[in-house]
Design a binder for this molecule. Structure first.
Ligand code: SAM
Length: 209
């Protein structure tokens, strides 16, 4: 299993206009792109991938979404489609328990600590993605059941970063450059996919020497 948690510092917590994802919806476009990159491949869905979105914008924060590749249906990889599904989930009256909105998409009232508590029970390794960490290539192939935490255009606020660092097993960097959040999701999948490819070719070589 691979997981991602993206913090949307300004992402609104009420239904929003699909015509203004990047503006009045609080950079919901970034979160939609992260969902697409976390779950979609060409003509298919990564069933072993899931993504959590933490929405911290007005008027009713915090709200969290959990989107499971293993269950999701009727989702297309474009921002408008994913934005529409998030908007639908935001119509639900939330409490601390996950409520199903549409197949594979759940919503609850959870803050960052609630999410990290839950996630750290489910995942073996919590990785904070951030500029200046250890090189992904030094650790990627040894990561067991990892969840990657990342920020939106603002990054993580200081207090949120301190909290994430309490749960994180390591801070990992993907590039010497500061990347966009969805680019980080793509590169992370790519690096982990390469590890699977290498272990498959190694296994083949051992069975057919
Ligand atoms: N101004 C923001 C800051 O200083 O954090 C930039 C945030 S960046 C657009 C979005 C997120 O992608 C960051 O919060 C971080 O989690 C992740 N990120 C960006 N560049 C990265 C890199 N080179 N390696 C690992 N993660 C990175």
């Amino acid at each position: 299993m691979r997981g991602f948690l993206v913090v949307g510092n300004k992402a609104v917590t009420k239904p929003f206009s699909l015509k203004d994802l990047a503006g009045s919806a609080g950079r919901m476009d970034i979160l939609c792109r992260c969902v697409a990159q976390a779950l979609f491949i060409s003509h298919g869905i990564r069933r072993d991938s899931e993504i959590y979105l933490l929405l911290l914008g007005k008027p009713d924060p915090p709200k969290a979404l959990k989107i499971l590749g293993s269950e999701v249906r009727y989702m297309a990889p474009d921002e408008r489609n994913i934005g529409g599904l998030i908007r639908k989930a935001l119509q639900i009256k939330v409490d601390s328990n996950w409520k199903l909105s549409t197949p594979g998409i759940y919503i609850a009232r959870k803050n960052l600590k609630d999410l990290l508590d839950e996630i750290s029970e489910k995942y073996d390794t919590i990785v904070y993605l951030r500029e200046g960490g250890v090189d992904i290539r030094d650790v990627a192939c040894d990561l067991k059941n990892p969840l990657f935490v990342l920020g939106d255009h603002i990054g993580l606020r200081d207090e949120d970063e301190r909290l994430v660092l309490k749960y994180a097993d390591m801070t990992v960097s993907l590039s010497p450059l500061s990347l966009q959040a969805d680019q980080c999701v793509v590169i992370t999948h790519y690096e982990l996919d390469r590890c699977s490819m290498q272990s498959e070719s190694k296994a083949k070589a051992e069975t057919n020497p």
